[in-house]
Ligand binder design. Structure first.
Ligand SMILES: [Fe+2]
Length: 206
């Protein structure tokens, strides 16, 4: 019996430090600069989109108090839309870059592109992206989330927080892209915009 207890002690001695290291999930967040040039970002913002107010969804469907979870306008960029091809080219580029950095990552599909526009007071509350609908995917759960930042020098507030540490806030450069796993380990939110308009694009890798 004593011997077994020792074995358990040894097991935990090994796992506990490993667990501490794995908690550093930020290692799985990648940033790629200059994926879209400034003119393309401007074109994507100014395009004649049919903006609609966003509603918040979860695995059970749209949340009842959607307005407490998200405040922004959104539109889907699909294949028939002119800007689709440039976004497709860019998302494939970053998908390959992320796969190069993370050897066991492998995706071959991406969803359509959802463009998010946050005005003053706009925000998105903390959530995870591992849901099987509302991302426009035809099957399964997304493996990774791709975020394009279109105008990050033009607004205040609206920082991106990924993970549980509120002190780590991201505000990437215009034209840059973030990629991170869509799993439950990567809750994220967009803080309230306090000035200007924040526009970003999201796609999910499958
Ligand atoms: Fe998300």
């Amino acid at each position: 019996m004593k011997e077994n207890n020792n074995e358990i002690d040894v097991f935990w001695n090994k796992v506990a430090p490993a667990r501490k290291i794995l908690k550093e999930v930020h290692w799985w967040i990648s940033q790629y600069n200059d994926i879209l040039d400034k003119d393309t970002c401007k074109m994507l913002i100014d395009y004649d989109w049919d903006w609609q107010p966003s509603t918040f969804s979860n695995n059970k469907g749209t949340a009842e108090k959607s307005e407490e979870r998200v405040l922004m306008d959104q539109v889907w960029c699909v294949e028939k839309d002119e800007p689709y091809s440039i976004l497709k080219k860019s998302v494939i580029k970053v998908m390959n870059m992320y796969a190069k950095e993370h050897k066991r990552f492998s995706c071959i599909h991406h969803t359509d592109f959802r463009i998010n526009k946050y005005g003053v007071d706009g925000f998105m509350s903390k959530h995870c992206d591992n849901i099987h609908h509302s991302h426009g995917q035809k099957y399964g759960y997304p493996q990774a989330t791709v975020l394009f930042f279109l105008n990050n020098e033009e607004y205040e507030g609206g920082e991106l927080v990924i993970g549980e540490d509120e002190k780590i806030k991201y505000k990437p450069l215009t034209g840059s892209v973030f990629v991170f796993p869509s799993s439950f380990m990567f809750p994220h939110e967009v803080k309230k915009v306090t000035k200007g308009e924040r526009v970003s694009i999201v796609s999910w890798l499958m």
